[in-house]
Write a protein that binds this ligand. Sequence first.
Ligand SMILES: Cc1cc2nc3c(=O)[nH]c(=O)nc-3n(C[C@H](O)[C@H](O)[C@H](O)COP(=O)(O)O)c2cc1C
Length: 188
Amino acid sequence: MAIDLTTDSTLVDPALFREVLSHYPTGVVLVTAIASDGEPVGMLVGTFTSVSLDPPLVAFLPRRNSETFARLRTATSFCVNVMAADQADLSRRFAGKEAGKFRGVDWHPSPAGAPVIDGTIASIDCTTESITASGDHYVVIGSVTDVRVHRSGSPLVFLRGAFGTVTATATATATATATATATATATG
Ligand SMILES: Cc1cc2nc3c(=O)[nH]c(=O)nc-3n(C[C@H](O)[C@H](O)[C@H](O)COP(=O)(O)O)c2cc1C
């Protein structure tokens, strides 16, 4: 008989669930938009993934109680900024709750008008296809409208509560080495 974890949360201890999942490395993206008040908004996200090639779809999963996503969803389009290994400090800022996160940050508008942060590795413009509640998160599906690579370099990754990076050791294989530095304690 299949066990439905979504209806019986007592089956898995939440702290253990979080600890075990922290062993899974994720990429780090900054999802940006121009909110309905005309101000730029950005949210650091580790749950970004590609969904479909034809049609091109991507997804990310914001918390349902995220104040930043409440502002971000007032826009009809958003831009996914793939963060570089040297953007850890900037990423920490966008994981926080302080106002004025864009102060002093250089960016230019994507084709859809959302902020592309200077120094980002790649950007993916999307229009919001759907927002579905699942547990304490939303699943946001984005329909891709523009894709660009801005620079070469290693991406920022998050593993066991710390930022690090990955470096491909051979271009034609999936082999990669990961180096997680212990300089960050932020969690998703
Ligand atoms: C590496 C990393 C990954 C994160 N991934 C997510 C995520 O996928 N979904 C989410 O809702 N918040 C995620 N967060 C937290 C957000 O950055 C969030 O914007 C931040 O905590 C600000 O809080 P607010 O969304 O309530 O305004 C992540 C934080 C870090 C450091």
